[in-house]
Design a protein around this ligand. Structure first.
Ligand SMILES: Cc1cc2nc3c(=O)[nH]c(=O)nc-3n(C[C@H](O)[C@H](O)[C@H](O)COP(=O)(O)OP(=O)(O)OC[C@H]3O[C@@H](n4cnc5c(N)ncnc54)[C@H](O)[C@@H]3O)c2cc1C
Length: 401
């Protein structure tokens, strides 16, 4: 762990409690969750153990740690939370247990920052309690959605309602039976300036005309029971009161959502890669090939050593981006945020790939978490906006000077 950014006392204390909780309850639950998911009769349902672990985590005060607000969250700075998100990232099931998982965290931040009192009472309160889940629907099958000005999904005012018609896809979490609300981005004013055309509205999942078309798969993983789904909106009608903030502010809200919310992924990826490295070392010590442990073969040593270098580089950059976010806000920290979004998912893919290789055939199988983790890390080279968009934005900012 880097000591250039030493942990504060309260982070150290939270971290120790997280470690104890994860060792006692989270890692032992991983196999049961995977088993649950493999059973065709129970797919797309929630293992009761998940809800009971949430209750326990909440009772222990390990809840909403991501929220800088001390009333509803832990009141931590980004730099402090970075350490804890890294810890949670070591298990694919941990963040949700501590009510710190995407896309709810981003949606809670949107509602907290832009929602009105009624929206907060109806949606933010149960999200903070962890009693419902939510999803964020921006990407569309028919347009290059990495460029948000391409979003074409019409949201049309009709009296006291908005009418929604069209398709969205890759809506993460909308397959979850607990998902009760969608934040949908669409076009309310097609003739406005390109960045003022879009708005966001809250759409309860139970609204007539909202339909999950199909779960999408990443390398064959559908991430049940949460899913990444294609959705149809057939003449969906919601009251105008479901508009978030104001017409034309969709782009601005989407940008705000990208700040801290999105470096959370990078923080977690450091933890994911760290766990893969630890598994790699364990395997290299115990498995013997050609007369000696794998760890005595130079190429395995290279895999281990390079992985440690790359993790530590990415960790330092993540912590620096988090420190800049605290000191300068998301505008001032934007280059560092861009840098870590470019670096962290690539680093995690590289380390996970090496770990799978060192594990041999088993590394690609369901017997280890590596293949699932790789699918998740690889997704983040797109889900957080494609690498190329971050690279282009960073270069433009540097060329501007
Ligand atoms: C697992 C997963 C979960 C997701 N979850 C969500 C979610 O919850 N909600 C949601 O709304 N979306 C979600 N997405 C969608 C994701 O945000 C989009 O896939 C992403 O923004 C890219 O949009 P697109 O797929 O339309 O690709 P396109 O916009 O068609 O881009 C295709 C490719 O074009 C290239 N490209 C684009 N811009 C540039 C550029 N400036 N310079 C050079 N090359 C460029 C890149 O290689 C890019 O990958 C998720 C995606 C995945 C895979």
């Amino acid at each position: 762990m880097s000591e250039l950014f030493p942990m504060t006392e309260r982070t150290r204390e939270f971290d120790a409690r997280l470690v104890a909780f994860m060792d006692a309850h989270v890692y032992p639950a991983e196999a049961e969750f995977a088993e649950w998911d493999r059973d065709p009769a129970r797919r797309w349902t929630i293992p009761p153990l998940l809800e009971s672990l949430k209750i326990r985590a909440r009772a222990e005060g390990l809840w909403n740690l991501f929220l800088p607000d001390p009333v509803h969250g832990a009141g931590l700075k980004n730099l402090e939370y970075a350490r804890l998100a890294e810890r949670m990232g070591q298990s694919l099931i941990a963040s949700e247990i501590f009510n710190c998982s995407a896309p709810d965290t981003g949606n809670m931040e949107v509602l907290r920052q832009f929602g009105n009192a009624e929206q907060k009472a109806r949606w933010l309160a149960p999200l903070l309690e962890g009693t419902i889940r939510s999803a964020f629907a921006m990407t569309e099958p028919d347009v290059a959605s990495s460029d948000a000005t391409n979003i074409a999904f019409p949201i049309t005012r009709d009296g006291d309602s908005y009418l929604l018609n069209g398709r969205k896809w890759w809506t993460t979490g909308a397959g979850d039976p607990r998902c009760q609300v969608l934040v949908v981005m669409g076009v309310t004013n097609p003739t406005a300036a390109p960045h003022r055309r879009q708005s966001m509205v809250l759409v309860p999942m139970a609204t007539p005309g909202v339909r999950v078309v199909r779960p999408l798969q990443v390398f064959g993983y559908d991430d049940a029971p949460h899913g990444h789904v294609e959705m149809a909106f057939d003449s969906v009608r919601v009251p105008v009161g479901n508009l978030i903030h104001s017409e034309g502010s969709g782009f601005e809200i989407a940008q705000a959502r990208l700040g801290p919310g999105r470096i959370h992924h990078c923080m977690r990826l450091i933890g994911l890669a760290q766990r893969a490295l630890e598994m790699m070392i364990e395997r290299a010590r115990s498995r013997v090939a050609f007369g000696m442990p794998l760890g005595q073969h130079g190429m395995t040593q290279e895999a281990i050593a390079l992985s440690r270098c790359e993790i530590e580089q990415a960790r330092l950059l993540t912590l620096q981006a988090a420190a800049a976010l605290d000191a300068l806000g998301s505008k001032g920290a934007k280059d560092l945020i861009g840098m870590i979004k470019i670096v962290a998912p690539r680093m995690a893919c590289q380390v996970l790939d090496r770990a799978m290789q060192v594990h041999g055939g088993g590394g690609l199988s369901q017997d280890h978490f590596l293949a699932t983790a790789y699918a998740g890390a690889r997704s983040l080279r797109l889900a957080d906006g494609p690498d190329e968009v971050h690279i282009a934005a960073l270069a433009r900012s540097m060329l501007k000077g």
